[in-house]
Each structure stands twice: as structure tokens, then as C-alpha cells.
Write a protein that binds this ligand. Sequence first.
Ligand code: AMP
Length: 234
Amino acid sequence: MTAALGPPRHLVFLGPPGVGKGTQAAELARELGIAHLSTGDLLRAAVAEGSELGRAADGHMRAGRLVPDELVVEILRDRLRRSDAAPGYILDGFPRTLAQAKALEQFAQLDAVISLELDPKVLVERLTGRRLCPQCGSVYNLATRPPREPGRCDRDYAELTLRPDDRPEAVEVRLQVYEKQTAPLLEHYRRLGLLRPLDASGTPAEVAERLRRLLRVGPGREPGPGSPKDRRSR
Ligand code: AMP
């Protein structure tokens, strides 16, 4: 499944809540022309729709606990079948347990697992400072990416909101759940030779730059004149 040339196209972004997985995954996916698949976003959409799955997931999510494996695996497996995932994908927030990782191995083959790493104190600041636009989905952070006008979206001026699970009580549970249930995946992927650690400190632009160097993508790595890809396309 791995392309012989070019950047990896089947990626997992692993890391604690608040580390910036969503921000980095969205941008890299757009740049590489692959799908950004966040199980958190898929579940929030199901909750907003009021579907059976959404009703089953809602209470777990509000409390900061994981949604049961079989529900999340099913939603992800379905999503991977859609055509926009055919060129590749970044899985953001999946897998979160060893059982999910094993299930994923039955229907996907990964090129790399990027492990975003950050000091726990900074994580809490990032999570409790996160604000969302309920209309367009833009994500802000009071510390690192504030809106131009306090409390208002830059794009549509909607009033920004706090995600229910970014409340301090839920944040604490989410960090504990990560340590207990998700952190063991680091060792799993290290053993498989897929793990690529990434320092997630600093601004989103700084992290993006490190990520591109790690994956060898970006302006410095575009095929130049005379490269095999460039010759083929002429
Ligand atoms: P996220 O947006 O990735 O922080 O996810 C928000 C919430 O959705 C999590 O706290 C869980 O309740 C749920 N969730 C997202 N992805 C998963 C997953 N892979 N397994 C179980 N629960 C998940």
C-alpha cells in the first residue's frame, strides 16, 4: 500500500488530548490531498444528528470517557470506504485502545504513526483555552490562536463556545483515560517500527514545519525540474 515515491499517505496521529492533532492533521491532509478522519468529529456529528450512535456516544463523550470500541471501529470502517479516503488518510484520534489498533490492522495498512509529544501542563492550558465556532467549525485558542475580537469568530462573527468535554472536570478524565488506555499504543507501534515522535511545543506553524521535515514533505521537497515525477508529468 505504501507508494514507492512521495510522502506517506496512510497515517495515524497519536497523542494526548490538546496536543494539536486536529490542527496539524487538517492542514497536512489538505496539502497532501488525502482525507482527514477524526473519530471525535464523526461522533460529534452523530450526536448533533441525534442518530442511534450519537445517543449511545453522547454521555461517554460529555464525561470525557471513551466511546465503546465496537461503535468507534464501525464508524471508522464505514468512513474509510468513502471515495475521498482512497488516495490516503490521516486518522486523528483513532485508534485509542489496543483493541481498536488490532481491529484497524484487519482493514488498513499504515505507513507511519506520528506521536505528538507535549508537556502535560501545556496540554491543560491548550484544552481549557480552546474555543470553537458553532457555525463554521473554526478552532481558536486563547493562548496560541486568539480570535481578532474576543469571543467572536473571525469568519462569521458567531459567538465562540467551549466544547462540553473541554470543561476542567472532563479534561482531567480525558488525560487520565489517555495515560491508561491510549499511551500503551506507543509501545505497540514502536515495536512495529511505525512510530515517529514529534515535538508538539510552540506555535502551530512551528509544529507544522517540524512535521513536514519529519515526513519530508513541503516546499523544499516538491519534485523539482528533472525529478522522476516532474519528467513523467510533462
Ligand atoms: P477528540 O475530538 O478526538 O478529542 O474526541 C472527543 C471524544 O470523542 C473523546 O473524548 C471520546 O469520548 C470520543 N472518541 C473520539 N475518538 C474515539 C476513539 N477512537 N475511541 C473512543 N472514543 C473516542
